[in-house]
Design a protein around this ligand. Structure first.
Ligand code: LMR
Length: 306
């Protein structure tokens, strides 16, 4: 029996946790027990800082980092997905993933010896701190935890906050010790990491997208017997398709749970407040265009309207 290792950083009861669990079940079923996928969730095997290296060394076979974590692999074009207020819905994100930019990005992974298997949704991010974050003024001087993405750093700076890049596993302790004042994440990550215990106010800005690319080591993938590679590929396609229907339900149930938490105040920005946030964040797009070239912005716009 072949045992393959899959490592990720979130809780099992999240869109990513469940989709990857489904992948493991499908692999077991399609291979009639000949291949097993052992899952290590919650950074128990590798965290954000070392999982890519572990994959490149062959210590783990599959990882699913968020799209915000590929910039530091020398692929800043992935940060297109981090642009604030770039997407109105998951359907729009899907168009970009299935379209030219999304497919080009998966191909680019090969430069790092990595093979992209597909994309997976989590959902839209909201802002949290110890007070409401509804207008640009509310962010002034705050230290905000971000994922290691230049776009996310520019986003926080455009709002007058100081970005602090920390791995996912470090986020709760850093908020608890007040090393940082606030953060951004999806409702499901917020709820399953219990951030409501260390943050008093969640503002439903929905300003940015969080999703993943599931990847494997290219050499391992190419050296697999054809029938096993086809089986794993099919299982991943089926699992991602299934997993991509989960995001909205997780968003709904996690938000409901968060709203029911007495110690947490949940705020919704009004139209004028959202407008002010959008306006403050406009330069972020220009900054990314300067780094990766305006042709990527054109590809994004075309895919959004395809
Ligand atoms: C984060 O670091 O906030 C996220 O990328 C975690 C995840 O994998 O959803």
């Amino acid at each position: 029996m072949r045992v393959l290792r899959l490592s990720h950083v979130v809780a099992p009861n999240t869109p990513k946790g469940q989709a990857l669990e489904h992948f493991a079940q499908l692999v077991e079923r399609y291979s009639q027990g000949r291949i097993r996928v052992q899952i290590y969730p919650q950074s128990t095997l590798y965290g954000d800082a070392d999982e890519v290296q572990a994959l490149q060394f062959g210590a783990v076979h599959f990882i699913a980092p968020s799209l915000s974590k590929f910039g530091r692999m020398g692929l800043p074009e992935f940060e297109l997905f981090d642009l604030p207020y770039a997407f109105d819905s998951l359907e729009q994100v899907r168009r970009v993933m299935d379209g030219v930019p999304g497919q080009l990005l998966l191909e680019r992974l090969q430069r790092n010896g990595v093979h992209g298997l597909g994309y997976l949704h989590n959902g839209f991010k909201h802002m949290s701190a110890q007070h409401a974050l509804l207008t640009p003024n509310d962010y002034l001087g705050l230290r905000m935890r971000i994922q290691p993405s230049r776009v996310l750093a520019d986003q926080m700076q455009a709002l007058g906050a100081s970005p602090v890049a920390l791995s996912f596993g470090e986020t709760y302790p850093a908020l608890q010790r007040k090393v940082v004042d606030g953060t951004e994440n999806t409702a499901s990550n917020f709820w399953t990491q219990k951030l409501q215990r260390v943050q008093s106010d969640l503002s439903l800005t929905g300003h940015g997208y969080l999703g993943y690319a599931v990847v494997t080591q290219q050499r391992f993938w190419e050296n697999l017997p054809n029938n096993e590679r086809a089986l794993l590929d099919q299982a991943m396609r089926d699992a991602l398709q299934w997993g991509n229907t989960l995001a909205l339900e997780h968003e709904r149930s996690s938000l409901q749970a968060l709203r029911g938490t007495t110690a947490l105040r949940v705020h919704t920005p009004g139209a004028a407040q959202t407008q002010a946030l959008r306006r403050a964040l406009l330069p972020v797009r220009q900054q990314l265009a300067q780094r990766i070239g305006s042709v990527w912005m054109d590809l994004l716009t075309e895919a959004l309207h395809s």
